[in-house]
Design a binder for this molecule. Structure first.
Ligand SMILES: NC(=O)c1ccc[n+]([C@@H]2O[C@H](COP(=O)([O-])OP(=O)(O)OC[C@H]3O[C@@H](n4cnc5c(N)ncnc54)[C@H](OP(=O)(O)O)[C@@H]3O)[C@@H](O)[C@H]2O)c1
Length: 268
C-alpha cells in the first residue's frame, strides 16, 4: 500500500494482517500504527514487528489514509463514537463480524468510505479467505488497495453486501466444519489401529493436499473424485457409506444454518 495504516485493536486479527503486510512488503514497520489498550499486547507488537503503538485516546496520525477497525463487534459502537471526527477523511476498513455498513454510517455519516470484510481464521497463517463489500463512497482505486492488502493474508473476493451472510456461512464458519471433518478422519484412523500422532498428521496432510490439488487443477471436485474412485475399490465403499449417511446434505444444511444464524445476529 505504501501509505500509513492505522489498526484500531491490536489482537489476533491485527497481528495476522501486520505479519502479512510486512512479509509481502506491502508495508514497512514505520508505516504501521496500532491503537491498543492492553500494554502487554502493545509491547508484544512493538517487539515482534517494530511498529508504533498507542493507547486509545491518542490522536490518529494525520498521514494515515487507511484505518482498519479490528476490535470485537461488541465494542465497535464505542470505538466509532470516540473516533468519528477522525475518520471523516480516511478509508475505513472493518473486519468485525456481522455489523452491516449501515451501522458504521450511523456513527460516521454516509460520506465516509467504508469497506466491510469477512476474514476467516486461516488469516492467522496467511492462508485466509477474505470477502469484501463496500459502500458507495469507496472508489475503485480504494477497493483495489484494500484487495491488495487482504491478498497479503490469503485470497480476496468482492461481493455485494447482501451476500455477506452467505459467505459467513461458507468461508467464515467453514473452518469449524473442516476441523470437525479432520477430527473424524483422525478418529477413523485411530479406530482401525493408528496412533494419534500418525492419524493427526495423515488427516491434516490429506485435507491440505486435496485442497491444494482442487485449487491448482481448477477441476470440479466430482471430476477429481472420479479419478481416485476405482471400480470395486476402497474409496467407492467408503463413499457409499457417506452417501447413505447423508454427508453431503448435512454439510449443505450446516452452511445454511450458519447463514441463518449470521442473519439473526446481524438483526435481519
Ligand atoms: N479471529 C478470527 O478468526 C476472526 C474471524 C473473522 C472476523 N474476526 C473479527 O475480527 C475482529 C477482531 O477479532 P480478534 O480475534 O482479533 O479479537 P481480539 O484478539 O480480541 O482483538 C481485539 C483487540 O481490540 C482491543 N480493544 C478493545 N477495545 C479497544 C479500543 N477501544 N480501542 C482499541 N482497541 C481496543 C482488545 O483489547 P483488550 O483485549 O484489552 O480488550 C483486543 O486486543 C472482531 O471484530 C472479529 O469479529 C475475527
Amino acid at each position: 500500500m505504501g501509505k500509513s495504516i492505522v489498526f484500531v485493536g491490536g489482537g489476533q486479527m491485527a497481528e495476522a494482517f501486520i505479519k502479512g503486510l510486512l512479509q509481502s512488503q506491502e508495508a514497512t514497520p514505520d508505516t504501521i500504527y496500532v491503537v491498543e489498550p492492553d500494554p502487554l499486547r502493545r509491547s508484544h507488537l512493538e517487539t515482534l514487528f517494530h511498529v508504533t503503538t498507542a493507547e486509545p485516546g491518542a490522536p490518529l496520525p494525520a498521514a494515515a489514509q487507511t484505518v482498519i477497525l479490528a476490535v470485537k463487534p461488541q465494542v465497535m459502537g464505542g470505538v466509532l463514537a470516540d473516533l468519528k471526527d477522525q475518520l471523516t477523511d480516511r478509508l475505513v476498513i472493518t473486519v468485525a463480524a456481522g455489523l452491516p455498513l449501515s451501522f458504521y454510517a450511523s456513527y460516521v455519516g454516509d460520506q465516509v468510505p467504508v469497506i466491510r470484510v469477512m476474514p476467516n481464521i486461516a488469516t492467522l497463517v496467511l492462508a485466509g479467505a477474505s470477502v469484501l463489500c463496500r459502500n458507495q463512497q469507496v472508489t475503485d482505486e480504494q477497493l483495489a488497495e484494500a484487495e491488495k492488502l487482504f491478498d497479503s493474508v490469503g485470497t480476496t473476493t468482492v461481493v455485494e453486501e447482501r451476500l455477506m451472510d452467505a459467505v459467513t456461512g461458507l468461508s467464515g464458519s467453514g473452518p469449524a466444519f473442516l476441523l470437525t471433518f479432520i477430527e473424524g478422519l483422525m478418529d477413523g484412523g485411530i479406530k482401525v489401529g493408528l496412533d494419534q500422532r500418525t492419524a493427526r498428521q495423515l488427516a491434516i496432510q490429506t485435507v491440505f493436499g486435496t485442497a491444494l490439488l482442487a485449487q491448482v487443477s481448477g477441476e470440479h471436485p466430482a471430476e477429481l473424485r472420479a479419478r481416485v474412485t476405482s471400480p470395486g475399490g476402497t474409496a467407492i465403499s467408503g463413499l457409499q457409506t457417506m452417501e447413505e449417511a447423508g454427508f453431503r446434505g448435512t454439510v449443505m444444511v450446516a452452511v445454511e444454518a450458519a447463514v441463518k444464524r449470521s442473519k439473526e445476529l446481524g438483526g435481519s
